[in-house]
Each structure stands twice: as structure tokens, then as C-alpha cells.
Design a protein around this ligand. Structure first.
Ligand SMILES: C[S@@+](CC[C@H](N)C(=O)[O-])C[C@H]1O[C@@H](n2cnc3c(N)ncnc32)[C@H](O)[C@@H]1O
Length: 209
């Protein structure tokens, strides 16, 4: 194993999941859902805790793993999570309940992000997680920036796209969308940006104006 591979392995094995998070990961994998790594999950929890988040929105519930990590950092927060898959939401609901989060604080909206997000109030959320349809990442990130309050943070996992984002020859389709998100984030004067190499990458930007 190279030095870089060893470092990456260490980084991604550093954080330990709760039994419910581990269960959510196993069920997600059974459904073929591309989940965040424990290292990314821990980063989400840390941002939620550091932001003292009370109002979180998540695009792409999956089976609930990323939501469980966000609530681990802000157990008193309300999580609104959007996904078109009703079956995923049924399973996720069971996992949120098992982890002790009441239904009143986990609002699952079964629908498509681009239908739901325009109806949500701007400057209202402490955290917006963008992890829905990768083909719509640029539009979703634009909505996220509108929805997050000043001082709040937008989180975009899978930003490195399995290494494809670093390959200039890869320009088409989904990769183009992720590149747009990165370019717009670095060019905006109203946000502070950090790109983390954890898991498949995590782009974080905090609105400052
Ligand atoms: C990468 S998975 C999310 C994984 C989850 N965030 C986690 O780490 O536990 C992407 C999710 O986006 C959902 N999705 C697909 N199209 C969507 C859309 N138009 N709006 C919102 N979510 C969508 C999929 O059903 C899938 O659950």
C-alpha cells in the first residue's frame, strides 16, 4: 500500500458508526444506494454541532444514513428530507425512530427536489445537504445556497466523483454538473469554501453575506 493509500484508509476508518448508522449503511448497500462514508458522516455531525443547527434540510434521504449523522451532531434539530422513493422513506422512518428521533422532528417529503425546493423559504436553514440526483447537483446546490441562512453551511458529498473530478479529460454529463458546483463555489464572494478529501469528497460552503 502506498503512503497516500495508507493515509486515506486511516482517515476513513477513524470514525465509528452507531449500531443504527451501521444498520442504515447495510440496508442502503442492499438497495444499491451510494452512501456517505463514516468520515464524511462525522464531518456532517461536526458541522451540525458547530452551527448549533436547529433546522436542517437534506436533498436525497436514501435510507436515512446521512440524516442520522446530521442529527447525531444536532439531536434537537428538525430534519426535512426529500427523496422520490416512498419505500426508502418507510425504511428510513423506522431507523430514525430506532435512533430515538420522534416523527415530529423528521419531516420526510416524498417527491423530487426540483419540485419541492422552490416552495421552501429562503435564508431559513442552518444546513442544507445536497445528495440527491447527481444529474441535478448544480440546480440543487443553487437552491441550497438560496435556502441556507447567513452563517449556515451547504454540504455536497461525493464531490470528487470517484476521482473523475480531478481528471480534466472527464467533462461530460454528471461530472460537468459537479464541476459547475465547484467553480461557482470558488467564484462566489458571499461564501467561504472548503473541500475535504474524506470519503468521496465533501464540499462545504458557508454563507457569509
Ligand atoms: C446518493 S443517494 C443519497 C444517500 C443518502 N444521502 C445517504 O448518504 O445516506 C441519492 C438519493 O437521491 C434520491 N433521488 C433521486 N432523484 C432525486 C430527486 N429528483 N430529488 C431528490 N432525491 C432524489 C435517490 O432516490 C437516492 O436515495
Amino acid at each position: 500500500m502506498t503512503h497516500n493509500e495508507l493515509t486515506w484508509k486511516f482517515l476513513n476508518e477513524f470514525d465509528v458508526e452507531s449500531s443504527t448508522q451501521a444498520k442504515a449503511r447495510a440496508i442502503s448497500l442492499e438497495h444499491g444506494v451510494n452512501v456517505i462514508s463514516p468520515a464524511v458522516g462525522a464531518q456532517l455531525a461536526l458541522v451540525a454541532a458547530a452551527t448549533n443547527a436547529t433546522n436542517i434540510i437534506e436533498i436525497g434521504t436514501g435510507l436515512g444514513l446521512s440524516g442520522l449523522w446530521l442529527l447525531a451532531g444536532a439531536p434537537e434539530a428538525t430534519l426535512t428530507s426529500i427523496d422520490p422513493e416512498f419505500e426508502y422513506h418507510e425504511q428510513a422512518r423506522e431507523l430514525f425512530t430506532e435512533a430515538g428521533y420522534p416523527a415530529s422532528r423528521v419531516r420526510l417529503i416524498t417527491g423530487k427536489a426540483l419540485d419541492v425546493l422552490p416552495r421552501m423559504n429562503e435564508n431559513s436553514y442552518d444546513i442544507v445537504l445536497v445528495d440527491g440526483d447527481p444529474a441535478q447537483v448544480a440546480q440543487n446546490a443553487e437552491h441550497a445556497l438560496r435556502l441556507v441562512r447567513v452563517g449556515g453551511t451547504v454540504l455536497v458529498p461525493h464531490i470528487l466523483q470517484d476521482g473523475d473530478i480531478a481528471n480534466p479529460a472527464k467533462r461530460a454529463g454528471i461530472i460537468a454538473g459537479f464541476r459547475t458546483v465547484l467553480t461557482e463555489a470558488t467564484e462566489s464572494e458571499n461564501i467561504v469554501v472548503a473541500l475535504s478529501p474524506a470519503g468521496d469528497g465533501l464540499l462545504q460552503f458557508t454563507k457569509i453575506a
